[in-house]
Design a protein around this ligand. Sequence first.
Ligand SMILES: [Zn+2]
Length: 369
Amino acid sequence: MQTGYVYHEIFGWHDTGTFVGDTPSDPGAGLQPYMNYEHSDTKRRIHELIVVSGLFEELQRISARPAHESELRLVHTERHISSIRNQSKNRLGGDGGDLGTPFGKGGYDIAAMAVGGAIDLFDSVLKGEVKNGYALIRPPGHHALPDLGMGYCLFSNLAIAIRSAQQSRPNVKVVTVDWDVHHGNGTQDIFESDPNVLTISLHQDRLFPHHTGDREERGVGVGHGTNINVPLPPGTGNGGYRYAFEKVVIPAIRKFKPDIIAVSSGFDSCVFDPLGRMLVTAAGYQELTRMLMEVADEMCEGKIMMVHEGGYNAVYSPFCGLFVLQQLSGHFKLSDPFGDSVNAYPGQELSEYQKTQIDKSAAFVADLP
Ligand SMILES: [Zn+2]
């Protein structure tokens, strides 16, 4: 069996406008129009490297299709869906709801394609039709709330895919692992009272959103215990992430015994990202992927699917993506041209402070149902 791969050229056409990074331009404040951090190049170039490296030939392409509105309603309110759909007809598009999530005309249709791609990949991996898989979709999804788009996310791609699978398999057990540098607040919110979905987020402490992602947020009601946050200090590198996987993510997966592992894969925790202040390298992401594959083999017949989230360095994100997909597929085409330098940064080793912080989250694993 091959690794499933979702990509569609239309994802590069999602228009986030001439922002100045993450802020609208404003000449009076000195903010010159430029480009949004959330730009098509950071994703399109991942796909192009996958093609040019020859890895594409080893993958099983799963075509993206637009999600039906009934599928969006598995997570989102009618109000939110119609707000995006109606603004999408405007000549200049609209905003997801937080005034930081712009989209151009037709943005609804592109976002629906991202959701459809996530649903179909999740389904294919769960049914064992592909070995594992990666959905390189855009816009991202992990910040989106049922009634609000935020942080570049219009619809919660992964959460809708999980809710869709629950329609035919109500008791399917899922672990989500979010290694995007930002807190997976939307995914946490949607599943906070669902005991069958264990959500784990590793993120730079209070980077975005500023007021979510604390360790104390552990789920609600019957879902108490099934949300684990691992807030990490800025500067955490491969050693810190590996330790967090060894002490929190892998033991939690062993205890929870999922049917499938779903990763919110953001490369904004990488060493060159303009938004995050972490040090993970392509080799680091490969190692985290390898660790997940090992525990997936042990617990759930190797079933891992990943959906793309953030990652804003157009030079280095392609290597991070390539290395994850090389590991998932078992076909190794290229090495990391930046690796000799970045893998040797002194901060790559686990620090005492990082260890203390990670150990606090690790204490919650024992409480898992
Ligand atoms: Zn992010």
